[in-house]
Design a protein around this ligand. Structure first.
Ligand SMILES: NC(=O)c1ccc[n+]([C@@H]2O[C@H](COP(=O)([O-])OP(=O)(O)OC[C@H]3O[C@@H](n4cnc5c(N)ncnc54)[C@H](O)[C@@H]3O)[C@@H](O)[C@H]2O)c1
Length: 259
């Protein structure tokens, strides 16, 4: 084979991507990076002003779609209205940082409804038509909290571990139809979701020191993983969890022995 064909390995020309959560943070950067690789991008979010900004930044290959994923009817309608989607990326999630004994049932429901239930609805609404067409790539966002926890992360961590298993099951069920399903597990990334941590220098610095790289990530540093999993570069990758965590989950970090 002519090796120059590899130059197009990550290209997404002719593909249509839907990025849910594209109004902010990692989702916005994912939308921009997918478009830069040739995809037509539908940027969706609950926040219509924010998602219009993302679509404008994408330019002629971008459009905005207002979508509240907490409304299952709206998710089904979106799948019908938007038509064929080759790539689905979704990011919406929330966290209530409280110890288990302090959690209310309402807070539990709020975190589970957005992080897990809405993911379930998105995977079903868009994965079904992808399976019928015989191709597609679904990328969901888990977290280092799917595997490693700390006090105050219980419900968020449970939803992220649950999301990994949901995505793996979707990979098993849709794989025979040619649809790939994967998770990205970020470490700490500077976005509105983590703004409360940045406001506390001791907390912020401790998290920076935990990773092998000794710092937080910028949202754009997650974009490459999204493009990779969306593209043919990942044509044999499904059911995987791609850590983009600066080494957070690779190392213990309690102590640096004088070895
Ligand atoms: N930021 C981090 O440090 C970090 C670390 C690990 C994992 N993650 C995961 O990465 C993903 C993206 O995180 P982020 O930091 O970019 O978040 P973010 O808060 O910056 O962006 C989330 C987007 O989702 C949208 N959204 C919220 N509720 C919605 C709803 N009901 N319907 C539609 N859109 C809705 C928001 O308007 C926002 O644009 C999340 O799943 C998060 O759990 C983030």
């Amino acid at each position: 084979m002519d090796y120059t064909a590899y130059a197009g390995l990550f290209r997404l020309d002719g593909r249509r991507a839907l990025v849910v959560g594209a109004g902010s943070g990692i989702g916005r950067e994912a939308a921009l990076a997918l478009a830069a690789h040739g995809a037509t991008v539908v940027a969706a979010d609950r926040d219509s002003a924010a998602v219009s900004e993302t679509a404008a930044a994408v330019g002629t290959n971008g459009s905005a779609y207002q979508l509240d994923v907490l409304d299952p009817g709206a998710v089904s309608r979106a799948a019908a209205e938007l038509g064929p989607v080759d790539v689905l990326v979704f990011t919406p999630a929330t966290n209530v940082r409280k110890r288990l004994l302090d959690y209310t049932d309402e807070e539990f429901d709020r975190v589970v409804d957005l992080n897990l239930r809405s993911s379930f609805h998105l995977i079903r609404a868009f994965g079904g038509p992808m399976a019928e067409r015989g191709s597609g790539s679904i990328v969901g966002f888990a977290s280092i909290r799917a595997v490693t926890v700390e006090p105050g992360q219980g419900v968020y961590a449970a939803t992220k571990a649950g999301l990994v298993q949901l995505l793996r099951t979707a990979a098993a069920e849709f794989g025979p139809s040619g649809v790939r399903v994967n998770a990205i597990a970020p470490g700490v990334v500077e976005t509105p979701l983590t703004a409360p941590i940045k406001a506390r220098p001791d907390w912020y610095d401790a998290y920076a020191a935990k990773s092998a790289l000794g710092r937080w990530a910028e949202p754009r540093e997650l974009a490459g993983a999204v493009v990779y999993l969306a593209s043919d570069a990942a044509s044999f990758v499904t059911g995987s969890v791609l850590a983009v965590d600066g080494g957070w989950t690779a190392i213990d970090g309690r102590f640096d022995p004088p070895a």
